[in-house]
Design a protein around this ligand. Structure first.
Ligand SMILES: Cc1ncc(COP(=O)(O)O)c(C=O)c1O
Length: 400
């Protein structure tokens, strides 16, 4: 029996991520990991969860333990609309779909838009899970270079022109505007407007993925694409980084023609996001869990970010060719080594020294880049950050 004969072309195109395999190494005891994208467990609002679970079991078990509507719990969708309105987005529950976190949002987007070989535009680098979702529906991600202000509009324009010229019109533009994963960069408002102008002129849909938006430690909020152009923007949000990832709860907000199709696609996947988790989350939001939790999370991560930036400055003082981004929020920064270094090759040496990162090559959709690495600063303790950066600098120095 040849198992390959059984699979669809779509399944045959799915690859086990080499990086995710590598990252298993980082779970070894003693390793300081800057690799994953995990929130710090200290930020989980355990007391709020406990009170909400008690309430839901006592008062709402008949609905919370039952199937629910695919669109999501109507009370929760009202809550989500309120969260978005506070952020300057004029929307209502009718334009919101509750998803099994934003990874499902990405999967549904890929499912409803791609025929095999269809293209979309992404940042280069961009979120690995986005690339995996697009690839699993045989979509082809075409990367557009970023700088310290995110996706470069001129490069976006050129890439679109090239694709149009080849008869490969992109189905959408995938952007992570705030504290991008992996680069940590944020697109300033003026540049958002330029990107929007390009999208509006060509009638391209923008998929705005913004899981870190509420985690800002310095600088000013920049308007969301959703608030500027609700007709052509689908936004994906999640509670994973701002409250807890274990509920697998997120939401999509956008034009009705997109949301309607996503609802149909979701019905075939899981019928509905667990109503129990939705009911608990609603009860937590009513009790102010999000605002109270965010206040502490921002304080904690802001301090860790500062410690990582200061440690990098100290430890790499003798290597001025090493550069890194200075994120105003989120969980990650992006470190770039001199050209003679290869962060794929360096990875094993770093693990031997008991420090781990994600090699940058994982995040590039269509070109090779081995000079960079992603560093997470939310998970390790403050002491570990100081020690981990010291180890990392030693590995880089010895390899130079
Ligand atoms: C940019 C981006 N999008 C989506 C996700 C998926 O998050 P979740 O499915 O937990 O909402 C992540 C997780 O790290 C991410 O960084």
């Amino acid at each position: 029996m040849n198992s390959q004969d059984y699979f669809s072309d779509r399944a045959l195109g799915m690859k086990r991520s080499v990086i995710r395999e590598l990252l298993k190494l980082t779970a070894n005891p003693g390793i300081i990991s800057f690799a994953g994208g995990l929130p710090a467990p200290a930020t989980f609002p355990v007391d709020f969860v406990e009170a909400a679970v008690d309430h839901v079991i006592e008062e709402e078990h008949e609905t919370a333990l039952q199937y629910g509507p695919t669109e999501g719990d109507v009370r929760l969708r009202e809550d989500l609309a309120t969260i978005m309105r506070i952020d300057g987005i004029k929307t209502s529950k009718d334009h919101i779909l509750v998803t099994t976190a934003s990874q499902q949002g990405l999967d549904l987007v890929a499912k409803i838009f791609f025929n095999p070989g269809d293209t979309c535009i992404t940042g280069s680098p961009t979120y690995l899970g986005g690339l995996q979702a697009f690839n699993s529906y045989q979509g082809v991600s075409i990367g557009v270079e970023l700088d310290d202000d995110g996706m470069i509009p001129e490069k976006l324009q050129k890439t679109i022109q090239r694709l149009e010229g080849e008869g490969r019109r992109p189905k959408f533009i995938y952007i992570i505007p705030d504290f991008q994963n992996p680069a940590g960069v944020t697109i300033p408002e003026s540049r958002r407007k330029e990107i929007l102008e390009i999208a509006q002129k060509g009638e391209y849909l923008i998929v705005e993925d913004t899981p870190y938006r509420q985690l800002r430690y310095s600088g000013e909020n920049q308007s969301t694409f959703q608030s500027m152009a609700p007709d052509i923007v689908l936004s994906l949000y999640t509670f994973s980084k701002i409250m807890l990832p274990g509920f697998r709860l997120g939401w999509a907000c956008g034009p009705d023609w997109v949301i309607d199709k996503m609802i149909m696609a979701k019905q075939a996947v899981d019928l509905c996001t667990p109503p129990f988790n939705q009911a608990i989350t609603h009860a937590m939001l009513v009790n102010g869990a999000l605002e109270k939790g965010l206040e502490n999370t921002i304080k904690l991560y802001s301090k860790k970010r500062t410690i990582m930036l200061e440690s990098l400055k100290t430890e790499f003082a003798d290597m001025p060719e090493v550069k890194w981004t200075k994120p105003e929020g989120g969980l990650f920064l992006w470190l770039t080594l001199p050209e003679n270094q290869n962060t794929d090759d360096l990875f094993q040496k770093a693990v031997d020294e008991k420090v781990a990162y994600v090699p940058g090559s994982a995040f590039f959709p269509d070109n090779d880049n081995f000079q960079s690495m992603r560093l997470n600063f939310s998970y390790a303790s403050e002491e570990q950050i100081v020690e981990g950066v010291k180890r990392l600098a030693r590995v880089v120095r010895e390899n130079n």
